[in-house]
Design a protein around this ligand. Structure first.
Ligand SMILES: C[S@@+](CC[C@H](N)C(=O)[O-])C[C@H]1O[C@@H](n2cnc3c(N)ncnc32)[C@H](O)[C@@H]1O
Length: 209
């Protein structure tokens, strides 16, 4: 599926997104991202590729002021609805914006998160998005992604389990081949801590600027 096609697909099926990803353990993942990112009350946070706002709302629950950005209007509409229903409308803002060109000045946010979005991107898009994340982060960056086994039987099982991702995106194989830590280092981020949440991994990083 082409990248614009993927975004349209997600936008149209946004109603079904939360039930589907909940069955894959995302609710716990969103909470752990907010916890691990140590978002504190009053901090400014940016959730890049926010989708239906799972991480953004978990950050706002902790008292942070949160901007969530995404390209899919259907996903953003759901995020806004959820924020209002949870009484978090005052602390959250959801914007339609391309993560390749984040319209905020350098060092705007104490914490920038990006959860389960990099694996869907084309290779060049991934690098540009990571550079943008690094640019707008003043202190911490937290990336959550699949925990990809390096080799052996578990690597083969991973490919089978994620056959859908391989079919859906031409760029998933490229994502799997290169370690996330290496990608983060290339963007100028220093990895301070790594934590696993079931089949997902969190990389907590600091910016060097
Ligand atoms: C699999 S969803 C993950 C959403 C959310 N972070 C979560 O944890 O549930 C990936 C999201 O990334 C968004 N996305 C992909 N490429 C983007 C880009 N270049 N700029 C902004 N959003 C993008 C998609 O629209 C989609 O909502």
């Amino acid at each position: 599926m082409s990248r614009p096609g993927q975004i349209r697909f997600l936008s149209t099926l946004a109603t079904f997104y939360d039930p589907v990803v909940s069955s894959l353990g995302f609710r716990r993942l969103w909470e752990r991202v907010a916890e691990h990112g140590a978002a504190a009350a009053g901090e400014r946070c940016l959730d890049v590729c926010t989708g239906t706002g799972g991480v953004a709302l978990a950050l706002a629950d902790r008292g942070a002021e949160v901007v969530g950005l995404d390209l899919a209007p259907g996903m953003l509409a759901r995020a806004e609805r959820k924020a209002r229903a949870r009484g978090l409308g005052d602390r959250t803002r959801f914007l339609r914006m391309d993560a390749r060109s984040i319209a905020f000045p350098d060092d705007s946010f104490d914490l920038v998160t990006c959860c389960m979005a990099l694996h869907e991107m084309a290779e060049a898009e991934r690098s540009t998005v990571l550079d943008e994340i690094t640019r707008v982060a003043r202190a911490r960056v937290l990336v959550a992604e699949y925990r990809v086994p390096a080799q052996g039987l578990s690597a083969r099982l991973f490919s089978l389990r994620h056959a859908f991702e391989y079919l859906e995106s031409d760029d998933f194989p490229a994502f799997v081949r290169r370690d996330v830590t290496d990608r983060l280092a290339c963007a100028g981020l220093r990895v301070d801590d790594v934590a696993d949440v079931g089949r997902y991994r969190l990389w907590l990083c600091s910016t060097s600027h």
